[in-house]
Design a protein around this ligand. Structure first.
Ligand code: FES
Length: 120
């Protein structure tokens, strides 16, 4: 039987590990798939994103889609939310840009400033 102190230490260790894991799993990528996004090529961007994540074996990224954000002229729009960094919205995303966003921003945390529409 473990002492209360042992149990408390174990609890703290597990909590710490959970925090690390939650942090590591918290990258969220949202692709605008409204009519305007799709018309501008968002389907290809989404397909490329999923392909790039699979190729890199990145299973700790959540990909979601959203409707029109009212910024049709900037589509395709992709938002990257990485823990500890502002949420970044990229505009005019192409499949090629999508691959680079995964490599630089998602993997290495380097925001590609020249493609950013908004960061908050
Ligand atoms: S599809 Fe209507 S505002 Fe974008």
């Amino acid at each position: 039987m473990k002492s209360l102190e042992d149990l408390a230490r174990l609890r703290d260790e597990v909590r710490e590990r959970m925090k690390v894991r939650e942090g590591a799993r918290a990258v969220r990528i949202t692709v605008g798939m409204g009519t305007c996004g799709i018309a501008a090529g968002a389907r290809d961007v989404m397909a490329t994103l999923l392909d790039e994540l699979a190729k890199r074996g990145l299973t700790d990224v959540t990909v979601t889609q959203t409707g029109c954000a009212g910024l049709c002229e900037y589509e395709p729009l992709v938002e990257v939310a990485r823990p500890g960094q502002p949420k970044v919205t990229y505009s005019y995303v192409t499949p090629e840009k999508m691959r680079q966003i995964v490599a630089q921003h998602v993997v290495n945390g380097q925001i590609i400033g020249e493609w950013v529409l908004a960061a908050r």
